[in-house]
Design a binder for this molecule. Structure first.
Ligand SMILES: CC1=C(/C=C/C(C)=C/C=C/C(C)=C/C=O)C(C)(C)CCC1
Ligand SMILES: [Fe+2]
Length: 357
């Protein structure tokens, strides 16, 4: 039987509320809020322009070892835990197979069609970061998200904030980053139309419209404190991606927003980390997740360094950052499959639209 609204939030999602507030909300608001304020203040004093250019790669570099890359390095354990089971060899083999098939397939696609692969990466991240925020909002308990249209709109808005808004204000830098991915494979990007003022005006107008419509509909459907927080976050992220230059903005967001929210979810699904959180607090829970993430983070970094050496990379920081992002792209496709599976197991995200109770 198909009901009128999505299935109710499952118990395991509501149980993520505590870790989500402590790990995914407080630190994220602090970091994104203060970076926004710094960028606004800098518009008056102009110090940022005098800083060395390599500094803008710092957040991405940090994401290699803290939060960013590690948030996916628990993918071998997370799906079993989301299903309420203990990770067994069979689970590990299944996740390994998904990584092998999807990762190798997508890596091959980058060689054959780099520009299309780059566009796919942005679309995939749009979906994935929207999916991540939808889970976080569910964990915090938002009645307005019981409406199908609000749910889909929220995913589109939350994913589009980091993927589209930087293009509106910083088209040149945006194009340089994507260009560098394609250039790794010897190709060029013919994206003059994408950065043209008319295109950006149309995209920006449409996205502002979707944002406003989603928030208004949510207000009509539930309102309340959870809606106020949702609207506050949405406006904060709009401002953030409009004022902070894109490499820094996306790098910081990746670490403190998307990754910390997923880490809060990892705490919630792991009974050991949950107990640590309840008994000994946030740091103890983070330590447990961190410990789980160490082996595959190390393997990933070794693999990345190996690729850089074999491909003969020098110290050109732009090309190194591009290599890192394409490497992340290849890992992201299987990661999204894992997270979509977790959504299914927990009746979260878009799975709430198709699953019955
Ligand atoms: C850096 C950067 C970009 C894209 C970054 C992407 C697409 C990152 C994806 C990371 C993922 C998917 C991590 C895993 O969860 C833009 C927006 C093109 C332009 C500005 C700078
Ligand atoms: Fe992720």
């Amino acid at each position: 039987m198909v009901g009128t609204g999505p299935a109710a939030v499952s118990k395991s999602v509501s149980a993520a509320r505590g870790p989500m507030l402590a790990i995914g909300v407080g630190p994220a608001w602090l970091a994104i809020g203060s970076t926004t304020l710094l960028a606004v203040a800098d518009a008056f004093v102009g110090v940022a322009a005098t800083l060395p250019a390599w500094l803008r790669y710092a957040p991405l570099a940090v994401s290699l070892v803290a939060f960013g890359l590690p948030h996916g390095a628990v993918d071998h354990l997370a799906p079993a835990r989301a299903a309420g089971e203990r990770p067994t060899l069979r689970w590990l083999a299944l996740v390994g197979l998904a990584y092998l098939l999807l990762g190798v397939g997508y890596a091959a696609l980058w060689y054959v069609a780099p520009a299309a692969s780059a566009a796919f990466f942005i679309g995939l991240t749009w979906f994935h970061w929207g999916q991540g925020d939808l889970y976080a909002l569910d964990a915090l308990g938002g009645a307005h998200l019981d409406d199908r249209a609000v749910r889909v709109g929220t995913l589109v808005v939350r994913g589009g904030l980091p993927m589209l808004v930087p293009l509106l204000r910083f088209p040149g830098r945006y194009r340089d980053v994507v260009d560098a991915w394609v250039a790794l494979f010897g190709g060029g990007l013919d994206a003059a139309w994408l950065v043209a003022p008319e295109t950006r005006l149309a995209l920006g107008g449409a996205f502002a419209g979707v944002t406003a419509a989603t928030l208004l509909l949510g207000r009509l459907r539930g309102g309340g404190d959870a809606w106020v927080r949702d609207a506050g976050e949405t406006l904060l992220l709009w401002a953030y991606f409009l004022v902070v230059p894109p490499l820094v903005a996306v790098g910081v967001y990746f670490c403190v927003w998307h990754s910390l929210r997923h880490i809060a979810r990892l705490v919630a699904v792991d009974p050991g980390a949950r107990d640590a959180f309840d008994d000994r607090g946030t740091a103890a829970a983070l330590f447990r997740v961190g410990r789980d993430a160490v082996p595959l983070t190390a393997v990933s970094i070794a693999l990345l360094v190996g690729v850089a050496i074999v491909a003969g990379f020098d110290a050109d920081i732009e090309a190194l950052a591009a290599l890192y992002l394409v490497f992340i792209a290849v890992l992201t496709l299987p990661h999204v499959a894992v997270v979509a599976w977790m959504d299914w197991a927990e009746t979260a995200g878009l799975a709430r639209l198709v699953r019955e109770q």
